[in-house]
Write a protein that binds this ligand. Structure first.
Ligand code: ABF
Length: 222
């Protein structure tokens, strides 16, 4: 199977998982990226069976709207059962690196509100220790140099992601060679640097369910 076929398979598995639980009043949280895009295409087939969606990025909002799915501002939503999104890396504890698509802050906010965060990924994303994928950090523009120096103190190599502005008007620093053997602690340390909006470690709030696409089929973890 190609990587795209694996992504499509996990997107369908997520839809099969949530479809029987959808109610007319349900709001679904929807992530960003190519795997999430496959999910949006499946979700569209059920658009008359739920109320609408909250998007983790402008790009996702556009795709949802094109399918005729109502997009809600998160502030107008009091309850969300499911958030479905991809990841750049996952470990066996369902702790993730996200943010390759620069949408990490909104993704983390939607994940915080959702009762169940379903991560969909092909098996190239499964690692034993997080950190081969450079860790994205969203930073207030005027704090770029300060945050870079603080990241060096933590042992990482910060690289400014040239030409990228997030949906929130900020910049991204990708951190290479960071020791992420203790993901929760590293997530907290990075968030404590003044000028950091958020970082792409999803460890304090990991995924609840991982649907992993493999050549033997979709594995459900745990
Ligand atoms: C988002 O999309 C991100 O947090 C992650 O960066 C990315 C994964 O992209 P893809 O599904 O295209 O591999 O979920």
């Amino acid at each position: 199977m190609t990587q795209d076929e694996l992504k499509q398979a996990v997107a369908k598995a997520a839809m099969d998982y949530i479809a029987p639980k959808l109610e007319r009043s349900s709001i679904v949280g929807v992530g960003t990226g190519s795997t999430a895009n496959f999910f949006i295409d499946f979700l569209a087939q059920y658009k008359d069976e739920f109320d609408g969606a909250v998007a983790s990025s402008e790009a996702t909002a556009e795709r949802l709207k094109k399918h005729g799915i109502e997009v809600y501002d998160l502030n107008s939503v009091s309850e969300m059962e499911f958030y479905v999104d991809g990841a750049d890396e996952t470990n066996a504890n369902l702790e993730l690196i996200k943010g390759g698509g620069a949408a990490l802050t909104r993704e983390k906010i939607v994940a915080a509100v959702a009762k169940t965060f379903i991560c969909i990924a092909d098996d190239s994303k499964m690692v034993s220790i997080l950190g081969d994928f450079p860790l994205p950090v969203e930073v207030i523009p005027m704090a770029r140099s300060h945050v870079g120096r603080e990241i060096v103190k933590l042992g990482g190599d910060p690289v400014y992601r040239d030409g990228v502005t997030t949906d929130n008007g900020n910049i991204i620093i990708d951190v290479h060679n960071l020791d992420i053997s203790r993901p929760i602690q590293m997530e907290e340390k990075l968030n404590n640097i003044v000028g950091v909006v958020t970082n792409g470690l999803f460890a304090r709030r990991p995924a609840d369910l991982l649907l992993l696409g493999t050549s033997e089929g979709v594995k459900s973890i745990p």
